[in-house]
Design a protein around this ligand. Structure first.
Ligand code: ZN
Length: 344
């Protein structure tokens, strides 16, 4: 089969479009003919290499997959060959206390498809555990279906499970043009919150508005913490949705109202953020970390795609062999929403 693989860490030039062996499934696995695979920042982190984490080479990236079931292991009952599906990106043990309690994103054996040890969807075929295969919601295209899992799962877990955003609250969504930001705007609006979104260009701000953002901040032209104070009459927001890290962290803390909650899922601009503890204790602030979401969360939120209340946001589609170009667009932060590789 054709695949894009990396044989060593480095820049986009390390992504090699080449022939690779087709995966062999075990009885609890499903072979999927990949139609579309969406990009995520983790693809770049894995390609570049993370300190202390070794991955087996050659490796196939890609955690957000949609496609058609090509073959099914003897022990799999939930799908058949020919079914159109999408794939839950978290692979877990399925037997520990966390897995059995519906908190499988806390499983100690948690792995993300295409990250670390498991090959992902930058390929014509991928094998995945049967429990990770979900029917594709009705009218969505394969490109749209692949654009859902990781970012909507992450944004859902951040806003619903962790920060428990409530109707009528003010929420600041940072990087509203990112995949997770565009998901966060939609989920926050659906909950009934007032959404203040930041982005780096007028074009992205317009798109954020079209997704439902109530107020917009051009963060390269204005101090977003000051803008938040102005927009909330000095109160600050009840929830900050952080996904950028080092560059924005201090201002994110300053943007919070008393008893405000900051929830973070990532640090695309760096990990070494400074926290002025005086704000944390004197304003009764709460900080939440947030990692992925449970398989149950994904099943739950997919219902809103069937009803059209949430919509995948596809920025641009590239053929598989142009994975490098697609990753470069993400590195340059040019996209609004998801970049997708069309595989077959
Ligand atoms: Zn487990």
């Amino acid at each position: 089969m054709k695949a894009v693989r990396i044989h060593e860490h480095g820049g986009v030039e390390k992504l090699k479009y080449e022939e690779a062996p087709e995966p062999k499934i075990s009885p609890d696995e499903v072979l999927i003919q990949v139609k579309s695979c969406a990009l995520n920042h983790i693809d770049i982190f894995i390609r570049e290499g993370l300190p202390g984490i070794k991955i087996p080479f050659p490796h196939i990236l890609g955690c957000d997959i949609s496609g058609v079931v090509a073959d099914v292991g003897d022990g799999v009952r939930n799908v058949k060959a020919g079914n159109e599906v999408l794939v839950s990106p978290g692979v877990t043990c399925g037997r520990c206390l966390e897995c059995l309690s519906g908190r499988d994103n806390d499983c100690r054996e948690y792995q993300i498809l295409g990250a670390y040890k498991i090959d992902g969807g930058y390929a014509e075929y991928v094998k995945v555990p049967g429990v990770n295969v979900i029917p594709k919601p009705g009218d969505l295209s394969f490109d749209e279906a692949a654009s859902i899992p990781l970012v909507f799962l992450t944004a859902w877990h951040m806003l619903v499970t962790q920060a428990q955003l409530k109707v009528g609250e003010d929420v600041l969504i940072l990087a509203g043009g990112s995949g997770v930001g565009s998901a966060g705007i939609q989920i926050a609006k659906m909950i009934g919150a007032r959404v203040i979104a930041t982005a780096s260009t007028e074009e992205k701000l317009e798109k954020a508005k079209a997704l439902g953002a109530d107020d917009l901040i051009h963060y390269t032209q204005a101090d977003f913490a000051q803008e938040v104070k102005r927009l909330t009459h000095k109160k600050g927001v009840e929830v900050v949705f952080e996904n950028t890290g080092q560059e924005t962290w201090e201002k994110s803390i300053l943007s919070l109202a008393r008893r405000g909650r900051l929830v973070t899922c990532g640090a695309t601009t760096g990990y070494q953020a400074m926290t002025d503890l005086r704000y944390l204790y004197s304003k009764n602030l709460v900080l939440y970390g947030s990692f992925m979401g449970s398989k149950g969360d994904l099943l739950h939120l997919l219902k809103f795609f069937e009803k059209g209340k949430l919509k995948p946001v596809v920025d641009q589609v590239f053929p598989l062999k142009e994975a490098g170009k697609a990753q470069q667009r993400m590195e340059d932060r040019k996209q609004f929403g998801k970049l997708v590789l069309e595989v077959s």
